[in-house]
Design a protein around this ligand. Structure first.
Ligand code: SF4
Length: 327
């Protein structure tokens, strides 16, 4: 294999903005770039076969980022990169938290898979049955399971069928938005591992959004910690999550149940005192976590932290958590 693989996803300065009607009418404003910035600026690179995990609490911009990568922004929102409106040039497929919406409730599951193969990929009628059965087996379903209606399947089975539909598109980029959140813990782990396995096997650039920090740490090659739509820390999950340096990541990891001894009080992330959106035309100023960070001072409020560290683990914090620090 050649030394450097081409990135399937490479976006510089990705922003997602919410249209601001009153500002669009202001003379002199660039109508395309007026509004409130909800995500970014973000630099994202995902290689073929690589698994990127996006972590952060609700409202941190994970889903909006994923939708921007798929080119399907919610109504009133627009994605841009440094060249203008962001239009993906790769073929992508998305797996959602509630997969029922993929399926026609009156069709047996195998028909839903077969229709995608026929309509999106142009598979001939002669081959479609073989390819459908192959996909069902790839996601751990029996061929006979394809005869079931969606409502006859368990949560894990229907999510496997949804992954089969996503694979039927033969995506270059596979996007999973909280695809395992509604499942019980055992099924959740299996489905997450399945998603990542098929992504790797097919050399798809895979981006997984999940609240499940420990599972994501196991399956991802790289993680990005998002706060208020911005990346605050990223790198190898075994380093980022085992030894966080940004104070938001540190609180996020320490607030998880699991590794604490009996009687320990879990740290709490203080409530958000202000809206996280920023005017898209303003430059970032200060650290986005300033309003909630117990260590924040005037420097954090006034000066945007630069990236520190290296590709394996980098972070943006003026006063990073030091190894062994009491907190
Ligand atoms: S830069 Fe300042 S406000 Fe931001 S996480 Fe670090 S210490 Fe906290």
């Amino acid at each position: 294999m050649s030394g450097i693989e081409r990135s399937l996803v490479r976006v510089d300065n990705l922003v997602v903005i919410k249209e601001n009607a009153s500002r669009r009418d202001t003379p002199g404003d660039d109508p395309e770039m007026s509004g409130t910035r909800l995500v970014g600026p973000l630099d994202l690179t995902v290689k073929p076969g690589e698994i990127l995990g996006l972590l952060g609490e609700s409202g941190s911009g994970k889903t909006l980022t994923l939708r921007a990568l798929a080119g399907v922004n919610p109504a009133g929102l627009h994605a841009y990169d440094q060249n203008g409106p962001y239009r993906p040039v790769y073929r992508s497929a998305m797996v959602f938290q509630d997969p029922m919406g993929y399926f026609n409730p009156r069709w047996r599951v195998r028909r839903s898979v077969a229709e995608v193969l026929r309509i999106v990929r142009g598979v001939s009628r002669r081959n479609v049955r073989f390819r459908t059965e192959e996909l069902l087996r790839d996601v751990g379903l029996a061929v006979e399971d394809g005869s079931l209606f969606p409502f006859e399947m368990s949560g894990g089975m229907i999510q496997r069928a949804a992954i089969a539909i996503a694979l039927a598109v033969d995506p270059h980029v596979l996007l999973a938005d909280e695809a395992t959140s509604a499942l019980d813990p055992t099924t959740r782990d299996r489905i997450l591992q399945l998603l990542c396995r098929v992504g790797r096997e097919r050399r798809a650039a895979t981006v997984v959004v999940s609240h499940d920090v420990s599972s994501l740490a196991e399956v991802s090659d790289r993680v990005i910690i998002l706060y208020a739509g911005q990346s605050v820390e990223e790198g190898d999950p075994r380093r980022v999550l085992a030894q966080p340096r940004h104070r938001y990541t540190d609180l996020l990891v320490r607030s998880l149940p699991g590794d604490h001894t009996r009687g320990t009080i879990l740290p709490e992330i203080p409530p958000e005192p202000f809206a996280t959106g920023a005017d898209v035309t303003e430059r970032n100023r200060g650290c986005p976590f300033t309003g909630r960070c117990p260590r924040a001072d005037e420097r954090c409020r006034g000066i945007t932290p630069e990236w520190r560290g290296n590709d394996a683990h980098r972070f943006r914090c003026h006063y990073p958590v030091e190894p062994g620090e009491q907190r």
